[in-house]
Design a protein around this ligand. Structure first.
Ligand code: GLA
Length: 390
């Protein structure tokens, strides 16, 4: 039980709430940062995320009867739901990420036993590090283990995407759940969201990835996220009137966009421009990392941020400020927002030997200007969902 300081708390809480009987099993799944390739996953494109060394954890044990009793440590709240009465939509409440998984497993024909569950972890909630996918995949890992079902990571990642789309109401791509199950220590994943095949890309030793949490709240459900993906679909519809072979923005290049620009609204054109250019960056950054060219990797991150700010319009004052302060620091190769945007977190690629000083100075600069509960921390690429021993 090394390395997860909240784990003892998780077991204690389980024992005090549910537990005279046997010991619960504990499943964990990591949050993620996306190094580059933002808003490309639902356009069938490329992404380069890495699972991080912060996890959601679930302590779980079978209970008699057909209900799930779940407690969220972060909210000090316990809820009970009947498994065979679960129906979408559940909305963006923490319970949806538990109940939604049980609902999706049952719809896929999998058995879901009655269970007691306690949720805890150290992925900051709602700040763009994919705490929701981490919870979903930890719950899925735990429920599969309780049911004695084999663990099928890809099927479970797809199931998590269904939970988001149908139970929570955010029609996202596959990046977050995929990373939460397939994360690999020391590596980012160059993922093709069309084929769902990924290549592990080692993060070079001299590089550190620093998370800069703006402290500004963001909410994905019902927000501008669905609006962005809708603009992309409309852009594809318009382009298909000229090039019917196009299935997604992934199939579009600048020349085709130029030929069809008259068919797109101004907003659709901007969104499509971002996606078309951004879709090449994960491949370029993976190549830069492979040759340890951190300067080139950093430039790609800066370009990505500019495009997300100007064309996709998902940045914020706080994200711009944090990334700007980061870039001014000599140890920084590049910085960009990570995840959906609209608040949440940015990341910086920095010289590992100077990371401590970088974090202190950049955070001090931010705090001097913004009075929000911000945080800055380094993260390491970590493994995907798993059961813990002991
Ligand atoms: C959120 C979604 C992902 C992805 C990113 C943007 O994190 O859950 O599927 O679309 O936004 O790249």
């Amino acid at each position: 039980m090394t390395g997860l300081p909240w784990q003892a708390r998780l077991r204690d809480r389980f024992a005090s709430l549910f537990g005279a009987g046997g010991r619960p099993l504990v499943a964990v799944a990591p949050g993620r940062v996306n190094l580059i390739g933002e808003h490309t996953d639902y356009n069938d494109g490329w992404v380069l995320p890495m699972a991080i060394d912060r996890c959601a954890g679930v302590a779980a044990a079978v209970r008699p009867g057909g209900t799930l009793r779940a407690h969220a440590v972060a909210f000090s709240e316990t809820r009970e739901v009947a498994i065979d009465e679960l129906e979408p939509p559940g909305g963006a409440h923490w319970l949806s990420y538990v109940a939604g998984v049980a609902w999706a497993m049952r719809s896929a024909g999998l058995e879901v036993p009655g269970a007691d569950l306690v949720l805890d972890g150290d992925v900051p909630l709602g700040s763009g590090l994919s705490s929701s996918a981490a919870v979903e995949m930890a719950v899925a890992r735990a429920l599969c283990a309780l049911a004695g079902a084999p663990w099928e990571p890809l099927a479970m990642a797809r199931l998590g995407q269904r939970v988001e789309g149908e139970f929570v109401g955010v029609k996202g791509g596959m990046m977050d759940q995929y990373t939460a199950v397939f994360g690999r220590a020391g590596h980012a994943l160059l993922l093709d969201c069309r084929t769902l095949e990924a290549e592990a890309v080692p993060l070079p030793e001299p590089a550190a990835v620093v998370v800069m949490d703006t402290g500004a709240p963001r909410s994905l459900a019902g927000s501008a996220y669905n609006e962005r993906s809708r603009s992309c679909r409309l852009a594809v519809d318009a382009i298909r009137t000229l090039s019917p072979e196009v299935r997604a923005l992934r199939d579009v290049d600048e020349a085709l966009l130029e030929r069809t620009r008259g068919r797109l609204s101004e907003v659709e054109l901007k969104r499509a421009r971002h996606v078309v250019a951004e879709n090449r960056r994960p491949l370029a950054m993976a190549a830069a990392l492979a040759r340890s060219d951190l300067a080139a990797a950093g430039r790609l991150m800066n370009d990505s941020h500019a495009s997300l700010r100007e064309l996709y319009e998902v940045s914020s004052r706080e994200l711009d400020l944090f990334t700007e302060l980061a870039r001014r620091h000599p140890a920084c190769f590049g910085a960009r927002l990570t995840g959906a945007g609209f608040g949440g977190c940015a990341i910086a690629l920095v010289e590992a030997s100077a990371a401590e000083g970088f974090m202190e100075e950049v955070h001090a600069g931010y705090r001097a200007r913004v009075d929000l509960p911000s945080a800055v921390f380094a993260c390491r690429p970590a493994a995907g969902a798993r059961l813990l021993e002991g």
